[in-house]
Design a protein around this ligand. Structure first.
Ligand SMILES: Nc1ncnc2c1ncn2[C@@H]1O[C@H](COP(=O)(O)OP(=O)(O)O)[C@@H](O)[C@H]1O
Ligand SMILES: [Mg+2]
Length: 255
């Protein structure tokens, strides 16, 4: 890999020297990835490999590009220079125009927005949870089963017929998670998942994240929350020069 003094984020993966298990399968690979909103560079020369099963906590000041990086992982924004490959396949505007490809990516990489309201748009919770499985082309019988299983797993059976907009913040977060869980993705991208939740829902969510990790899912979590970071992070990815947990395995990107 070419190293460029101006872009030191070509890094030594933390697995190399921090006693973490050697992983074999690179699931998400960013190479010199650049993205700007209009003329404002937001993601700068990002080179980063995330392996299947990694649990990564993404940290950085407000505006440092965390949400934008999660969007890039989920195929919602694209490289203007460099590339992003998911499981070996390049994710770009052209490849995402292929509806089979984009559906597959959205099934495999789930994105739980910071603001649940921007994720929920159906008339009922059941329809909301059924949306992803329907997009995947499952039969109505299988869709129904996914909705049943997901509601049972998250303990939200009683919300099935409710209108998502009328739920509490904690209920909305559970429904937003249910919409992703019902597609059984390989990767879960969580954008500041604990924000605005009460203590009980936070504790529930921490347990849920631990379960996902135990199940071997790949987690990428943008958060400022130390208890979440301590509980979940195999390593940290810092945007810019953020270095609050400098003694833990970490890499710096977007400098
Ligand atoms: N939709 C958008 N249009 C224009 N600029 C945006 C948009 N979303 C984010 N930005 C800008 O991109 C930068 C990074 O934002 P973001 O990825 O949301 O950072 P973070 O999640 O770390 O707070 C900020 O300067 C923000 O103002
Ligand atoms: Mg953000």
């Amino acid at each position: 890999m070419a190293h460029d003094a101006k872009h030191p984020q070509s890094f030594h993966h933390p697995h190399d020297d921090c006693g973490l298990p050697v992983r074999e399968h690179v699931l998400m690979s960013f190479s010199d990835f650049c993205f700007a909103y209009e003329d404002r560079p937001t993601l700068r020369h990002i080179t980063l490999d995330i392996y299947a099963g990694d649990s990564v906590v993404l940290m950085g000041d407000n505006g440092s590009g965390k949400s934008s990086l999660l969007k890039a992982m989920s195929g919602l924004v694209f490289a203007q220079q460099g590339s992003y490959r998911f499981d070996g396949e390049e994710v770009c505007e052209r490849s995402m125009r292929d509806s089979g490809f984009s559906k597959r990516l959205h099934q495999r990489v789930g994105f739980i927005f910071q603001d649940s309201d921007s994720q929920l748009f159906c008339a009922s919770v059941a329809d909301e949870i059924a949306f992803g499985p329907r997009q995947m082309g499952l039969s109505e019988m299988d869709v129904e089963k996914r909705v049943d299983d997901t509601c049972r797993m998250l303990g939200i059976d009683d919300l099935r017929n409710r209108a998502p907009y009328a739920l509490s913040g904690g209920e909305k977060k559970k429904v937003a998670i249910a919409c992703i869980l019902s597609m059984n993705p390989d990767v879960y991208c969580f954008d500041e998942p604990l924000n605005g939740l009460d203590a009980k829902t936070r504790a529930w969510l921490l347990d849920f994240l631990r379960e996902l990790k135990r199940a071997g899912k790949t987690l990428v979590i943008a958060t400022h929350d130390q208890s979440l970071a301590d509980a979940l992070a195999d390593y940290f990815v810092y945007m810019d020069d953020f270095h609050e947990y400098g003694d833990r395995p970490h890499v710096h990107i977007n400098q």
